[in-house]
Design a protein around this ligand. Structure first.
Ligand SMILES: [Zn+2]
Length: 117
């Protein structure tokens, strides 16, 4: 399991910028059951991003689906690609807040949540 400080973007902050819209991408907590095996990845959550905007049209035309994708960058392996979304808010619940450490985020995830049945 890679640790959070293997993140290449610590040394090269420009890697955090989305190549499609030049906005800073946000840390996105990788689902534990995903095949990526990374603590988190960077995802462009800019709703004005052309890549994401064109995605809606592409998915509609090609697959007749109401879906799109956002740009994803893996700071551990260095690979990037699309991550599918089905709504404007999809995936946002996994954004690690700015300034919060990965460890703190994981701890909060593990804590029981109030108001949940
Ligand atoms: Zn973007």
């Amino acid at each position: 399991m890679p640790v959070a400080d293997d993140d290449k973007t610590m040394a090269q902050p420009e890697l955090r910028l989305c190549p499609h819209c030049q906005q800073e991408m946000l840390r996105w907590y990788t689902p534990p059951d995903s095949t990526w095996g990374t603590p988190y990845q960077y995802v462009c959550f800019n709703d004005e991003c052309g890549y994401y905007q064109r995605g809606w049209e592409w998915m509609q035309t090609k697959y007749n689906k109401k879906a799109s994708y956002r740009h994803r960058y893996n700071p551990y392996g260095g690979d990037s690609g699309p991550v599918p979304v089905w709504s404007v808010t999809a995936l946002r619940e996994r954004i690690i807040p700015e300034g919060m450490s990965y460890e703190t985020y994981v701890m909060l995830q593990a804590a029981p949540r109030r108001g949940q049945a």
